[in-house]
Design a protein around this ligand. Sequence first.
Ligand code: SF4
Length: 354
Amino acid sequence: MIELRSLDENEMCAYLKEHGFPAFRGKQLFSWVHQKGIVEFAEMSNLGKELTAFLQANATVCSPKIVKEQINHNQDSAKLLLEFADGILVEIVIMLYERKNSRDRQTVCISTQAGCGMGCAFCATGLNGLERNLTAGEIVSQVLAADAWCEKHGYTGISNVVYMGMGEPLANLAAVLKSISLLNHEKGLKIGQRRITVSTCGLVPQINEMAEKKLAIGLAVSLHATNDELRNKIMPINQKYPIQGLIGAAQNYSAKTGRRVTYEYALFEGVNDSQKEALALAKLLKGQLAHVNLIKANLVKETGFLPAKPETLQKFAEAVAASGVEVTLRESRGSDIDAACGQLRRHFSREVQK
Ligand code: SF4
């Protein structure tokens, strides 16, 4: 069996040609699978009986099941737990904006791995390590699932995608890059490169590799500390790629793509939320094409890290801004629905085990 959602248009055409069907059928198939989000071959009305029967016998289209969904009390975010064919569970978060007919956007935060091997000390996903990488088709399927969910609930379709869910995207770079080209495709969901952001905990060689592609996609670096001593402790990847090299790679990304890099900084009480650290952060980034997103961390009981107090967050933001570095306090959405990555999945797994 071949899984079709991981194939690009040329690969679909080549696959059908190889099996004796006209190559142009691959273009029709691509649009069913990637634009219309159809997974049943019998519903693909223009393929003809012979090809439909062939596909039913030889191919599948990745289509995760929604096994749990939660909408937060403000109704501004929804979290879906998706199950793939082999039982792997991944989470997505849909950040909801306006109701239909508005020009506003819907953003989905998607996962690139089941679990994660990076071991960040504050993160629920990292607690059980990496289960496996997701395929390009599985990554795209999350966006299609979110798009269908929005349609069903009266929202406009997905316009923005952030690769910030479970897993480290750059540890699964080939699948991530392929999924971006599938999402961006004019016979797919046509999501513009500028509306896609990839986040990393700091894999320097892969940041440089991505820079060489000169895509217009946004890069977000999860920094969370301003010195190597602390970052080594809370983000073990720093022992391999320390802060100065990481910032150098991010600057290289800006230079090659013209895109401003976003630095994510989640504030944890008593860990990285002092005024001294605010000034150190500003010093690190001053003069660069950079933007800081300060995040009020969600509470993940298992990690022992506590979110910083709102007044500390505000003061931290003011100190960074006063130093001339652009900063925003990111809206905290969905803290009542386990919105820190990996939490819904962990809680669901425990419920199932009970
Ligand atoms: S924060 Fe991201 S990179 Fe770090 S363990 Fe969690 S999922 Fe992995």
